[in-house]
Structures are given as C-alpha cells and as structure tokens.
Design a binder for this molecule. Structure first.
Ligand code: ATP
Length: 659
C-alpha cells in the first residue's frame, strides 16, 4: 500500500532524453494529422457538377458567370461565378460555398474543346450578360488528380514512417518508454534534486526494524567507519512483513535520509510479455546503479520474481521469471561488496522466496516488519493524527487499544475515515466517537440500516448474537466482549465484537474457549427455535479451520499425537500428496469432528444453564439493536476472571451471522 501523495516528481532514470522522445512523437503525430487532413478535411469545397445547358440558360442568362476555364486534355470546363452571386445558388451553399468563396464553383464535361468553344462563342453573341465572361485555357491536369503524384506522395509518407520506426529500433532498447525500450529498467530514480520529504520521523514504532535500516543508511554515509576494522558492508536487506506495515514507507524514508541516489521499482516491473526482457531489465538496473554508486536499489514485492524456482503451478510456463531471477542472482554476486550498491527487497511472503536469493552474500539481512503492537499503534496514531483537528476527548492510547491487529495502513485509513465522518456531520473537530465509527466501519463494513429484515429473522439474529455474547461472557479465556449489534453491516446481519487480547502464545484451553464461543450462536438457535440456519456458515468455517489447525498443526490431539504437518517453507504449496497416510487422514478428520462436537455441546450446556439471562440479552438487543459490555454485566454479572493485561491476536474479531 504505497503512499502516493508524497512521491517526488523525479526525472526518469534514463536522464535527459525526454525532449528528444517528445520531438519524435510530435513528428509522428504531425504526419498522421497531415494524412487525415488531406483526406478528410479538404480546404475548399469541390465544384458542383452541372451541364452546359444549365450554365447557358441560368448562369449566363443572369450574368452571374465571371470566368470559364476550358481544360484541353481533360474535356471539362470549370465555371467561376461572380463573388457576390454565389449565395443565389442553393446547391453551392449546400456544398459549403459562401459569398466570396474561391472557385471553381461548377464544372461540366464536354465532348471536345472545339464544340465547347463554339457553344460559348454563340452564347456570348446572343446573351448580353455573357459578353464580358473571361475565357481561359488549361493544357495540363491538376497535380492532385494525377495518380502518379498521389502514389509518390503516399510512398514518401510511408518511407518517412518506416524511417521513423527504424530509427527507434536501431536505438534499440535505448529510448526510454515506448514499445522499443522494453529492455530498459523501469526503476525510478530519486536523488538529491528529487527532494524526498519522508524521513524516519514519519515511520512510527518499528524500533528494531528502523534501527537496522538506519544502520544501512549509515554504511552508505560513512563506509570507512565500518570497513576500517575489516568488516564488509552488506549487499542487501530484505524487509519482510504483512501488508501495510510500512515496508515501502521505510524504504522511502531511507531515500529521504540517505542522501544517495535511490532506485525504486516493483518486482512486477521486471515482468513483461516479451521473453528475455526481465533479465535485460535486471542487467540495466545494475548497470545504472553501478554508475551512480554509492546508492540504494529498492525492489518492492520482490516475490513477483523471487519465487522459488521450479515450484510454480503453471508447469513450464515460468521460464521467463526464472531467467529474470537467475539474472538477479548473478548480478547480486557480480558486484564487489564495497562497490556501495545496497539492494533492499520488500515482500509479504519470504517463505516462498528462492533460498538462493536469501543466502548470506545476497540478502544478508532479513528485517521483520511486524504488525504494530499497542505502543507502536499509539505512535502511528500520533503520526497520522498530526494533520487533523482533534476534539478534546481523543486519546492516542485509547485509540491504540481499540485497534488490535490493525496495520499502519489500517490506522492511516481509520484516521482519514474519522476525519471524513466528522466532516460529514459538520463538526469543527474530529471526536472520539468519529474514530469509533471509523473503526466499526473498517472492521465491519458500512452500516446498512435500510436492509429489509423480517421480524422473525431479526429475532433469530438477536438470539444468535446473544448466544455468542452469553457464552463468551461465561468462558474464562474468551476474548473480552466490546459490543453486540444486530444492525447489518457489509455482508453481516449482526455481530458480536470482541477486543482480542494481544497474546504472544495461545494455549489449548484458550483455543477451545474461542471455539466454544464461536459456536454459541448456532447453539442458541437450536435451543430456542429448535432449528438451525444458513447464517451459521461463517462460524462453522471458523471452528472447523481452528480444529484442523489444533490437530494437524499444533499437535494438540492426543490420538494424532505431537505431530505438525505444516510446512512453513511453502515448498509443498503445490504438492498434491498429503504428508500423512490415509489412516492418519481419517484419524485427523475424526478428531476434528470430536473437537467441534464437544465445543458445541459445551456451548449448548452453558446456554441451557443460563437460559433466562440469554433471553434477556436477546430481548434487549431486539429493543436497542446495539448493546455494550456494561449491559451484559448488568444481566450476567461481572466476569469473575480478572482481565489479562493486553497482549496479541491479530484481528479485531467478530462473530457474525452472515447473509
Ligand atoms: P505492502 O506489503 O502491501 O506493499 P507495505 O508494508 O509496503 O505494504 P506501506 O506502503 O509502507 O506498506 O504502508 C502504507 C501506508 O501505511 C503508509 O503510506 C503509511 O501511511 C501507513 N503506515 C504503515 N506503517 C506505518 C508506520 N510505521 N508509521 C506511519 N505510517 C505507517
């Protein structure tokens, strides 16, 4: 999620060839315009065809003719009318002639020049208005009517066009932009002139990652400090982390701080439909980088080219990408450690990268940029709330607490959304409530109060959500409840919102409690109405996935044993063979079923024991549509377990009933 607002306007990496490119484009456009102009927009209207009889009986009779030109070789006569008479002829006006339009205005065919001369002589003798008509002769043909001229002109235009194309080709991959420069790297160059305004101050939190990156910047600024003891400057670093955690931002801050040229491009920029282009772009990128050393080369989304070789699903169709990767590997080996070119890669998926790319000597360092924790979120809010006009009730720490699992990009989004909501409500400043609304909107989608829901459905949704709320309230390890709502939002018809505890590790008991509260909605429906509905699909999916993870990944089933079939290297992504036998598969399935069934039975038991309270929660929900943890405390009593101090689970969880 790159922030485009702050992107500096930088000249293209190819240097000052832009003007040249523009001239050739203009030349090309001019040629096309001339061709179109000649063919479709003739400057003057063409003469109207007529006959000698009409000329004689109307035009000569009325004294309207100024001149007649006899074409000796073409057997035609062009008629020029007097300027002020043109508009008396509707067919001329219809053709586009106006008063004072230059002629010829009419033209007629003749059998021979002699007979035509005789006719004109005779008319001049008998018609008074024809006496002063000037008569002229023309011996050739009009140049444009000559087929040879047309042919020559067309040939010349095509030749010019061909020459233009050939010049571009002979410049080969040389010219920047356009189809003939595909082999050139598309890297954007940021240097001193491009004035990058982002600095490390704009990157909040991420203390460890920032420290590592700052160190790389200082390698470039004063390499002597590190090399005088015999150390080598690293060749590359890989920023790894979930989307929106600030990897690109960090790289931009590097550009702002380093004061050395900074090449930036995305992994997908190497890929083109032409074979060999990727490798050629890699070569070109490194050539440019070496010329500008010391410098930084940033490749965003490097997994687009760095995916492990030979493990692609489109069997055999990945040669081009592999060639590109091979070239990248070669280039990264090819330059001296001290040449001062440092490669920074960024990816969400380091697990699928080729191991050759990750080995020391290429990307020597891997820098983890994780989802921000409480303190970091507070810092990120401080950065993004700087430009906003805040109300007195807004506290950074409170907002950070409300947004567990949010990435930096999500926080930027919440801040902006809150400002928009406040503006919509014509407020003078952005208040705490605007932020809460913005968070709700981002987690749950837009409120959809106009959705028509039948009373019977509303009741089912309310009992379902009350089921989640009641069960989770009565389980020790379930996440603390924030609110329960039956206002439709996005695809969900209702939801129980939790504020997940930020746990670093999760125990089996916690997972079982989570599963039980997830199934609380379906249990409530069955207990109260004696039937279940399609609205539970999302809950069942969550519970099933969690149970499979417990059995086959976390080794939490006694029967299957302490085995984990998860492959964190991602190497088996496209492997259709399961790493266990059919017998184990059956055992896993049976264990999963047992876990889910047990959790469901437990949820039903809890609700059975607290039937009256569950009913009260549901009825309150039908009445108010949104209820908060205080209301639950009122009905169910205070939770006996002390709230754990925060710590991680990466989503602002909801158990929602879906359409
Ligand atoms: P992706 O992997 O999807 O490309 P990314 O990790 O590169 O994501 P960025 O593009 O750097 O994410 O971040 C997107 C936006 O989120 C930034 O422009 C910034 O507004 C905000 N942001 C993310 N992390 C931080 C942070 N630590 N401090 C301040 N703002 C942040």
């Amino acid at each position: 999620m790159a922030d485009r607002n702050n992107e500096p306007k930088s000249p293209p990496a190819g240097g000052g060839k832009g003007t040249k490119k523009n001239t050739s484009y203009w030349f090309f456009i001019l040629v096309i315009a001339v061709i179109i102009g000649i063919n479709f927009f003739p400057t003057a209207p063409t003469p109207v065809s007529t006959t000698w009889e009409t000329v004689r009986n109307t035009m000569l009779e009325k004294g309207d003719v100024a001149q007649l030109i006899l074409f000796r070789t073409e057997f035609k006569v062009d008629v020029y009318l007097k300027e002020e008479r043109i508009e008396n002829y509707p067919d001329l006006v219809a053709k586009g002639f106006k008063n004072k339009s230059a002629g010829p205005h009419y033209s007629y065919k003749v059998a021979s020049v002699e007979s035509s001369e005789a006719n004109i002589d005779q008319a001049q003798q008998t018609i008074p208005g024809a006496k002063e008509v000037v008569r002229d002769y023309y011996d050739g043909t009009s140049w444009w009517d000559n087929g040879l001229v047309q042919l020559l002109l067309m040939t010349a235009i095509f030749f010019a066009f061909w020459l233009f194309i050939m010049r571009r080709v002979s410049r080969g991959a040389g010219g920047p932009g356009g189809v003939f420069s595909v082999g050139k790297s598309k890297a954007k160059l940021f240097d001193r002139e491009s004035n990058v305004t982002i600095t490390f101050k704009d990157v909040a939190g991420l203390a460890e990652a920032k420290q590592e990156v700052e160190e790389i910047v200082s390698f470039l600024k004063s390499p002597g400090k590190y090399t005088k003891l015999g150390g080598k400057i690293p060749k590359g670093a890989l920023l790894v982390g979930p989307p929106g955690t600030g990897k690109t931002l960090m790289a931009k801050a590097m550009a702002g701080e380093a004061n050395v040229p900074f090449f930036s491009m995305s992994g997908s920029d190497f890929v083109e439909m032409f074979v060999g282009v990727g490798a050629s772009r890699v070569r070109d990128l490194f050539k440019q980088a070496k010329e500008k050393a010391p410098c930084i080369v940033f490749i965003d989304e490097i997994d687009a080219i760095g995916r492990a070789r030979g493990k692609n699903p489109n069997m055999g169709a990945n040669d081009e990408r592999e060639n590109t990767l091979n070239q990248l590997l070669t280039e990264m080996d090819g330059f001296e450690t001290n040449s001062g070119v440092i490669i920074i890669g960024a990816t969400n998926r380091a697990d699928i990268l080729d191991s050759a790319l990750l080995r020391a000597g290429r990307f020597d360092r891997q820098i983890y940029v994780d989802l921000p924790e409480l303190k970091d979120r507070e810092e990120i809010f401080k950065v993004h709330l700087r430009p906003l006009k805040l109300g007195g009730d807004v506290e950074y720490a409170f907002l950070a607490k409300q947004t567990p699992g949010f990435s930096g990009a999500d926080i930027a989004n919440v801040s902006n959304e809150a400002a928009l909501i406040a503006a919509r409500k014509d407020r003078d400043s952005v208040t705490k409530q605007d932020f809460l609304d913005a968070i709700d909107r981002i987690v749950g989608g837009l409120e959809n109060r106009s959705k028509v829901i039948k009373m019977s459905e509303k009741k089912a949704i309310a009992y379902h959500e009350a089921g989640h709320a009641t069960v989770s309230w009565l389980l020790e390890h379930a996440h603390p409840l924030l609110k329960v709502t039956i206002v439709p939002r996005g695809k969900a018809l209702g939801a129980a919102w939790y504020l997940p505890r930020e746990r670093q590790i999760t125990t089996k008991e916690q997972l079982l409690d989570d599963m039980c509260s997830v199934l609380g909605g379906r249990a409530a429906e069955e207990l109260v109405f004696g039937q279940v509905s399609t609205g539970d699909q999302n809950d069942l999916e969550k519970a099933t996935k969690q149970a499979y993870a417990m059995v086959s990944i976390f080794g939490m089933s006694d029967k299957v044993g302490m085995l984990s079939y998860y492959d964190s290297s991602g190497q088996s992504d496209f492997n259709f063979i399961k790493p266990y036998s059919e017998k184990t598969a059956e055992l896993i399935d049976a264990e999963v079923k047992e876990l889910v069934t047990a959790a469901y039975a437990r949820a039903k038991q809890i609700l059975g024991e607290h039937q009256e309270q569950h009913r009260q929660v549901a009825e309150l929900l039908i009445e108010r549509e949104v209820i908060f943890s205080d209301d639950l405390e009122h009905i169910l009593g205070k939770r006996p377990w002390a709230e754990e101090e925060d710590s991680p689970k990466p989503t602002n969880e909801t158990d929602d009933v879906q359409q």
